[in-house]
Unconditional design. Structure first.
Length: 325
């Protein structure tokens, strides 16, 4: 039986799995629901995500990955094993080769933990690749040439900013400000302004539906429901896109500052290449309305969003799998 080689984008918010010859076959939230008393796993992925903020006292929904690295080794292994079995990526006769991604600038111990969790799911061989490099490959950048390319990969837990040339990372920074940070910013803003408590699922919906970094003539609006912190009763408010812009502003500028730091550290010749080639945004955070325009304005470098920012890393693992002999 032919081995089913697998590429895994092991994200803080979502896991995507690419199977060689088939493409992306799975995209599910990185969430595990467990019984607090027995420790038994009750649900994984989308079913567990649907439980976030809605579980009874005895059930907790957790994200076993935090800031792009493994926070709970056992739950990550259970989750990964479940997804690989779900796509029938491993049988009694077949052990796949796995390409799995990690943030840039993590420690060797954290990298080894990612490798180990993949090996323990029954992999024949595990290749650990840095996320911004794989995202650049998936976005179609020609990183094998001696010309510099820059990618900003805004995931759930981390934003990886990297300059690449000759199939390697010239310089990179990984900052713990990304999509989940925007969600927390929105929760705090609504809590402080409206004395209303909303959950992370609601905050994520707000970000996706009306999130922006632009000043707009015609604002988008959205009704939001939560719990009134004063009387404890359910309450509905209307929030605008300009309020979301205000809520996430500081975090967005932290990402821009990180990109400036990377540009300041590279050689002038590579800087010249980046001005010519531009910056490519990948990851779910790249879809915040106007982010490419704001980064271009602040950095004075042409900036564009990858064709499929949510799947760049997974597609990049597929290209790397094709290059394995």
């Amino acid at each position: 039986m032919r081995n089913k080689d697998i590429g895994i984008d092991l994200g803080t918010a979502n896991i995507l799995i690419y199977v060689k010859g088939e493409g992306i076959v799975l995209c599910e939230p990185s969430v595990v629901a467990i019984d607090k008393d027995s420790g038994k796993v009750l649900a994984i992925g989308k079913k567990a995500h649907d439980m976030l903020g809605r579980t009874p006292g005895s059930v907790i929904a957790i994200r076993p990955l935090k800031d792009g690295v493994i926070a709970d080794f056992d739950k990550t292994e259970i989750m990964l094993d479940y997804f690989i079995k779900k796509i029938k990526g491993r049988t009694i006769f077949s052990r796949p080769r796995i390409v799995i991604c990690c943030p840039s600038n993590i420690t060797q111990v954290e990298k080894n933990a990612i490798r180990e969790v993949a090996e323990r799911t029954g992999a024949k061989k595990v290749y650990v690749e840095e996320e911004p490099k794989v995202a650049a490959v998936g976005a179609g950048l020609e990183i094998s040439s001696p010309s510099g390319n820059m990618v900003i990969d805004i995931g759930g837990g981390t934003t990886d900013i990297a300059v690449l040339s000759l199939n390697g990372i010239v310089y990179s920074e990984s900052i713990k400000v990304a999509g989940n940070t925007f969600d927390v910013d929105i929760i705090k803003y609504i809590k402080n302004k409206y004395k209303l408590l909303v959950g992370e699922v609601t905050a994520e919906k707000i970000k996706i539906k009306i999130g922006t970094v632009l000043e707009k003539e015609k604002e988008k609006k959205m009704q939001v429901r939560g719990r009134d912190l004063i009387n404890g009763l359910p309450k509905t408010i209307t929030i605008t896109s300009s309020e979301v812009k205000e809520a996430i502003k500081d975090s967005v500028y932290m990402i821009i500052h990180g990109a400036k730091m990377v540009l300041e550290k590279i050689e002038p010749e590579i800087s010249a290449d980046i001005i010519e080639n531009g910056i490519v945004l990948t990851g779910g955070g790249a879809l915040i309305e106007g982010l490419d325009k704001l980064i271009e304005k602040e950095l004075k470098v042409p900036t564009k969003i990858a064709d499929s920012p949510l799947t760049c890393v997974a597609e990049g693992t597929g290209i790397i799998l094709d290059s394995l002999t």
